[in-house]
Each structure stands twice: as C-alpha cells, then as structure tokens.
Write a protein that binds this ligand. Structure first.
Ligand SMILES: Nc1nc2c(ncn2[C@@H]2O[C@H](COP(=O)(O)OP(=O)(O)OP(=O)(O)O)[C@@H](O)[C@H]2O)c(=O)[nH]1
Ligand SMILES: [Mg+2]
Length: 437
C-alpha cells in the first residue's frame, strides 16, 4: 500500500558524561583535575533522497534511536561525538511535531536536510571547574539527554505535471508513452495504487528550438466521484495534486459520457481545493483511435473551448496526438529556471529559539510537590550528578542564580517537600538538597 503519512518516534543520542579524574604523576601525590568532556550525542536528520517516492521505509520501523556520545576520559581526553543518524525521505515530505502540530521542516529540494531531534551536549569534565580557591573539584557534568519526540511525516509528491482522471482513462498508458517509466497498465479500474513518476524529455526533434526542460510527470491513481470526501483512494491522492505546476486531465473518449467524466473530476478538484483549478491545465481526450471516441470528440472539444480550456485528442496506446500533447505541455510549463526551483519554495523551517531560556516558573503540582519549569534549569538538572555532593551544591547555586529558589519560597515550600525539575526529583531541605530515587 502506498504510504504517505506516518508517525515515528525519534530519540537523539545522549551526550557523554564529563569525567572527574585527577592527574597521576610519579612525584605528585594528587595532581590537578584532568577529566575530559563527554562527546556530543548523535542528532537525527531527515534528508531528501530523489530516488524515493513513498514513505515505505517507515512502514514497519517506527522507532529511531541515535547513538550516545562517548564518555570523557582521564588526561583531558574528550569522548567521541556520535555519528548523526540520517533518514532518507522522498522530496515533498513535510515533518511535523506530533504533539504541537508545528511544522519542523518542509523538505522539497534534492539533498535538503533538516534536524528533527538534537543530540545532547557532552558534559564538561572536572578540568573546567578548577578555580584558584578550589583546585581539586570533583564536579563534572553529566551528558545532556538527547531530544525525544514523535514526528509526523506527510508526503506531498512533487511533480511538474500531474495526470488526473477517472480510473481506466489511460493515465498510466500516457505516462509510459511520454517517459521511460513502465507503470502497470490494465483494462480494469484502480490498476494504479501508488503514484508513478517519470521524466519527460522535451528536447525531441532538436534543432534551433531545442528545449532542455525535463519536467517530471506523475501518474496518480484514478479519482472517482466523492474522492474529495474520501471515497476510493480519495484524499490521499488529491493531496499530491497540490504541488504540481500543470494539471493534465485525462478523459476516456470512448466512455459513455466524456463530458460527464470531465465534470466529475473537475468537481472533485474544486471540492478539495478551489485553487487547483487556477493551475495551468490541459485536457487530454484519450482513446481517439476508437470510433466512439472519434465521434464524441468534436462536441467535447467545442465544450472545452467554451470553458476556455486547451484540449488535445490523443491515443496514448498508439502515439496519435502525442506530439501535439508535448507541444501543449511545452507551452504551459514555466521556464527552465523556474522549473529548477521547488514548486512551492517553502524551504526548511528553522526552529525558533525560546526568547529567554533561563526563565523559570514554579508550579505547585500537589500539596507537597512543586515543579520548576525552565529550559536552562531543566538542562542543568539533567546534567547534574546528585551523588556527588559538590555537584548537588552547585545545582543549588544555579537554582538561586536563576531565581527558582526565591520562587519556591514565595510559593510556600516547606522542608521535606518534593521539587521536580525535568525528570529529576529532589527533596527541599532549605539548606541542602538531596536526590530522591
Ligand atoms: N484503445 C485504446 N486503449 C487505451 C488507450 N490508452 C489506454 N488504453 C487502455 O485503457 C485501459 C486503461 O489504461 P491505464 O493506462 O491502465 O488507465 P489508468 O487511467 O492508468 O487507470 P487506473 O490506474 O485504474 O486509474 C488499458 O487497457 C489500456 O490499454 C488508447 O489510447 N486507446
Ligand atoms: Mg493507472
């Protein structure tokens, strides 16, 4: 089954812990601190791979974990940074934060990539914490946890030209006639279940007017009446039409009522998004090799002329009218410069940074439980090893420095109450802190 929407869980790598070690030298009983820093945890990126057209890679695997950074070592040796994890997606993939619905990135251009989960920073080794008055610090930072989130991937195929029409109209046959693609073709409806892409070569006859544009062409599964409301394979495929530059409506000229067929598809396009009808459009009246079609053609052509639409009669299976079709497409397509740019240059959305990461807020969760919220303080908490007294004391000073201490007192905290910071749980003792398991 064609997969164009999926939810995946990302867990970037934790930063490595900083080391707390001391120099060992032959004649010095206890040398200075020499603990190196932890390495950065791996981040997770999505990257556009032109070779893909579906999100099939994510069909069965929904959890992705990137490796942690290496631990800091003695002798100031830093832990190794993890290799980033890169997940390939087809062009046209939008990445959303599942919890907030925020668009993280809209990946349209070849090779474009965006970070979706940031690896944790490595902790600093104790070598950084020596001062003139405190020359043998045991304090070293733990690595920052890697970011974890659920993201939703949504694919909107990007093709210059989209072929739409009722099932069995001959869309796949037309794609095969115009490109090197070899889609499945059969005389029953709903043969095509996944979009097929091909690339058209307009240079054709060459000569002075050689055309070097190479537009991509998408053959979409057949649409039926009610598709815009989800009937048939409905919605999913109409979404892919959104990003095409030129729409080609393929009509089976040998059908019972080609005019009616034409209107059905038009109504569905309009119901999905009225803006679709503003795209340059070409109507291909197919199967003109069949006598019934040849008979119906003049009236059909006249009606489209009244609508102000361009029409060509073709027989996709025999090649009749294909040159006229190419010429019409060449006319409707934008210039090659515009073709090189993504259809909707929405680009990558860059994360906005919080205005004040060091702001803290205190929330009372229940009678004896308070929560301290704030990006900076939560990060510091996650990087503190409360087993080391010196580190716990340092954390207490950070709470004071960031105003959390005062805010907790204002909120009425009592000794023995619980304070939560991120995933850390502490007991308030007015003077010192102790970690709770
Ligand atoms: N006589 C004739 N038959 C054609 C022509 N084009 C397509 N056909 C036939 O029409 C049938 C349907 O063609 P497809 O290309 O599979 O149609 P489709 O629009 O892709 O259909 P779905 O994938 O089901 O939406 C096949 O049997 C084709 O051989 C044509 O120009 N002339
Ligand atoms: Mg088909």
């Amino acid at each position: 089954m064609f997969l164009d929407r999926v939810k995946v869980n990302l867990r970037a790598g934790d930063g490595g812990n900083g080391a707390s070690t001391f120099r060992r030298e032959a004649h010095v009983p206890r040398g200075g601190p020499d603990g190196g820093d932890g390495g950065r945890g791996s981040s997770i990126y999505f990257r556009v791979d032109a070779g893909q057209t579906t999100l099939r890679d994510f069909q069965y695997k929904h959890h992705f974990r990137a490796p942690a950074g290496g631990q800091g070592q003695r002798a100031r040796r830093h832990g190794a940074a993890g290799d980033d994890l890169i997940l390939d997606v087809p062009p046209g993939t939008a990445v959303y934060d599942d919890a907030t619905g925020e668009l993280i990135a809209d990946l349209v251009a070849m090779g474009q990539s965006a970070m979706a989960a940031r690896g944790g920073r490595g902790g600093l080794g104790n070598v950084h914490f020596a001062t003139s008055t405190h020359q043998a610090p045991r304090h070293a930072q733990k690595g920052e946890p890697g970011e974890e989130r659920w993201v939703r991937l949504e694919l909107r195929l990007i093709a210059d030209i989209g072929l739409v029409g009722l099932p069995n109209a001959g869309k796949s046959t037309l794609l095969a006639a115009l490109t090197a693609a070899t889609p499945k073709i059969a005389d029953y409806p709903f043969t095509t279940l996944e979009p097929n892409l091909g690339v058209m070569d307009l240079s054709g006859e060459g000569g002075i007017d050689a055309d070097f544009r190479r537009p991509s062409l998408a053959d979409l599964p057949g649409l039926i009446e009610g598709a815009s409301a989800g009937a048939g394979l409905g919605h999913a495929f109409l979404r892919h039409v959104e990003r095409t530059r030129v729409l080609v409506q393929v009509v089976d000229g040998s059908g019972r009522d080609p005019n009616w067929d034409f209107e059905v598809i038009r109504d569905e396009l309009r119901a999905h998004d009225p803006a679709l009808l503003n795209k340059p459009m070409l109507v291909a009246f197919n199967k003109i090799d069949l006598p019934v079609a040849a008979e119906a053609w003049p009236a059909f052509a006249k009606a489209r002329k009244r609508d102000g639409l361009r029409t060509v009669a073709i027989a996709a299976s025999t090649g009749v009218g294909i040159d006229a079709f190419r010429a019409a497409i060449a006319d409707l397509l934008p210039t090659s410069g515009e073709l090189d740019a993504p259809p909707e240059p929405s680009g990558v959305v860059v994360h906005r940074l919080d205005a004040s990461p060091d702001r803290v807020t205190v929330l009372q969760e229940s009678e004896n439980v308070y929560r301290v919220v704030g990006r900076m303080i939560e990060r510091i908490a996650s990087q503190t090893n409360f087993e080391v007294e010196e580190s716990a004391e340092r954390f207490q000073r950070d709470l004071e420095r960031l105003g959390a201490d005062a805010a907790l007192r204002r909120a009425g905290i009592q000794p023995g109450d619980t304070v939560l910071v991120g995933s850390v749980e502490l007991e308030w003792q007015a003077e010192a802190w102790s970690a709770r398991r």
